[in-house]
Design a protein around this ligand. Structure first.
Ligand code: DAH
Length: 356
């Protein structure tokens, strides 16, 4: 009896892990363990022997069980200690530096102008960057032979051999979104549509992909005066000061009359400042929406009229933030992005908002 006890207490003491401990448990006090076998022998004993051996075996079983439990707790504690040692963390170490990205000036300016136009009640509309020639040209009163189609240096999407349908294009301006928005919302409507546009052109002031924001307001009695107010409010809010504008008579197939708008500026040592000086810089095209365009979008020109405009986002971003070369916008040069980019928590920079 005593050798059984010392045998198992020894084994338990030396068990290296819980699996070993479980083996010992089965071998000692399991159903077919050594103690159970001994208990089975009780039946063959004399009552006197049994009276001694019975309690002794029970005591042995209890002792082994409590040794097993104690060892199990000890093993768990040791494992926890081990883990705590391994996962120890020195919170006094200096933090590892992780560089944050920046918001691209185009994204920043898009947010800024969307916020300004939202203040004036314009919602944001969207359209596809690959569009049909109907939405890109015909619906905008630019027929097939019109020189404006050639002037825009449009990228055409290739059609399969034998497919005679007119090709889709990479939209060369955001004006098609006017048509889609009118079809979807109808009149009255007040939307802007910022987005990417594409033209086959590349030099210091042109990239094959650039950005425009289209504006459209249709109602019962919208006039050119409303157009002028909205654009002047926008430009002043955007540049953060009262910006003088000059409306020059112009021509676009989708507006009549049409005007190009210049902002007052000063050139000094090759850099330009908006809102002061005696020079003028063109920033956008605009006009009263042509009746045929309204009709093409399912709006009755006898009942409704309104204005539209198209602004070069890249152009006004360069002017506001003094960025000299358009091409650098799209080079994805990290040094450039760190220099001209915006911190992620910057609010749209509205310089105190609209002057009302
Ligand atoms: N779509 C013209 C362009 O890309 C810009 C433009 C001019 C848009 C006059 C308009 C507008 O909405 O009324 O050059």
């Amino acid at each position: 009896m005593d050798d059984l006890k010392s045998k198992y207490l020894g084994l338990i003491g030396n068990a290296a892990d819980e699996a070993a401990l479980e083996d010992i448990r089965l071998q000692a006090v399991g159903k077919k363990g050594e103690v159970a076998l001994k208990m089975r022998e009780l039946g063959k004993m004399t009552p006197e022997e049994r009276q001694v051996m019975g309690p002794a075996l029970n005591a042995l079983k209890d002792e082994i069980n409590s040794a097993l439990t104690a060892k199990k707790v000890a093993l768990e504690d040791a494992a926890l200690d081990e883990r705590l040692r391994g996962e120890w963390l020195d919170v006094t170490l200096p933090a590892r530096h992780r560089r944050q990205g920046t918001i691209h000036p185009i994204s920043q300016v898009s947010e800024e102008l969307s916020a300004i136009f939202a203040d004036m009640g314009f919602a944001v509309a969207e359209g596809p960057q690959i569009d049909s020639d109907w939405y890109s040209f015909d619906a905008l009163n630019i027929p097939g032979h019109h020189p404006a189609r050639a002037e825009m240096d449009t990228f055409y999407m290739h059609r399969a051999e034998g497919d005679d349908r007119p090709p889709h294009v990479l939209r060369p301006h955001t004006s098609p979104v006017q048509i889609r928005a009118m079809e979807k919302i109808g009149a009255p409507i007040r939307v802007i549509a910022p987005g990417r546009v594409y033209r086959a052109d590349y030099d210091q002031t042109h990239t094959p992909m650039f950005h425009q924001v289209e504006g459209l307001a249709i109602d019962k009695d919208i006039s050119m005066a409303n157009l002028k107010w909205v654009l002047e409010e926008f430009l002043s809010a955007f540049f953060g000061k009262r910006v003088k504008t000059r409306f020059r008579a112009s021509h676009f197939p989708f507006t009549e009359p049409s005007a190009e708008v210049d902002v007052q500026c000063r050139w000094e040592n090759g850099s330009v400042t908006v809102g002061e000086g005696d020079d003028w810089l063109e920033v956008l095209g605009s006009g009263m929406v042509h009746p045929k365009v309204l009709q093409n979008a399912g709006i009755d020109p006898q009942e409704w009229q309104g204005f539209a405009f198209g602004i070069g986002i890249d152009r006004i971003a360069m002017l506001k933030y003094g960025i000299p070369d358009l091409r650098a916008f799209f080079d994805a040069d990290l040094r450039w992005l760190r220099h001209y980019g915006f911190a992620s928590l910057d609010q749209p920079n509205l310089h105190g908002g609209l002057n009302r």
